[in-house]
Design a protein around this ligand. Structure first.
Ligand code: MG
Length: 226
């Protein structure tokens, strides 16, 4: 698979770098998983536009600062096998690695730290709290709360550079509209629509298989032995 080397690589977070879906995990913790997971599935499978359910889920959950710190720990504990090795390999080759997620930014940050991805390369949705840590709202101006938002964010970051995105969901294919190469990852959740429409697809449990599509042969040779 000899492609032109990508300069920028985006990763989705939920069910791509971590095996959990953040919102579902918060819902399970709060005991309202059934209503929330039905909404999440509808959005991820593409049956319902993201914006119609985004605020609805958060309004149901109202995640306080403590719940978000808990979720940050869960993301790290549920890291997908190979995630650290894949990101380290890409960084060692000089690639710019970003996380782009419709999830809660403050909860994604600890996982980014573990993966050595700088804060400025974490694109997710900021939650707002009062001085006591109670939920007061979310950044509704973020494109990541809307359908097509991932594409817009990736395009803005990548500019004219060669870029690829790795993700499990339908929204992770949005960047294709901007010429960004899409790698579907089915190691946590396999979605037929993603497998059909992505430029490449990896169904292994570990993330390591995505390197085959992200690197040229020459770049592979430059990797230190595992
Ligand atoms: Mg995902």
């Amino acid at each position: 698979m000899a492609r032109a080397g990508f300069e920028v690589i985006f990763f989705d977070c939920d069910s791509t770098l971590s095996t959990i879906e953040g919102i579902d995990a918060l819902a399970a913790r709060a005991g309202c998983e059934h209503e929330i997971s039905a909404l999440t599935r509808a959005a991820m499978g593409g049956e319902q536009p993201l914006e119609s359910i985004y605020g609805q889920r958060l309004e149901t959950l109202r995640p306080n600062r403590q719940a978000i710190a808990w979720l940050g720990n869960q993301y790290v504990a549920a890291e997908v096998p190979g995630a650290r090795a894949v990101v380290a390999a890409l960084i060692s080759l000089g690639k710019e690695v970003h996380i782009v997620s419709g999830g809660i930014r403050q909860a994604v940050v600890p996982l980014a730290a573990v993966l050595s991805i700088p804060l400025a390369r974490v694109h997710a949705v900021e939650m707002f709290h009062d001085a006591s840590g109670n939920y007061t709202g979310y950044d509704a101006s973020s494109p990541l709360t809307r359908s097509g938002g991932k594409g817009a964010v990736c395009h803005r970051v990548a500019k004219n550079r060669r870029a690829a995105i790795v993700g499990d969901g339908i929204t992770d294919l949005d960047p294709a509209a901007y010429g960004i190469f899409t790698v579907g990852f089915g190691g946590v959740v396999r979605r037929e629509a993603v497998q059909r429409r992505a430029d490449a697809y990896v169904a292994d449990r570990a993330l390591t298989g995505v390197l085959e599509f992200l690197l040229t042969r020459e770049e592979f040779r430059r990797l230190p032995p595992a």
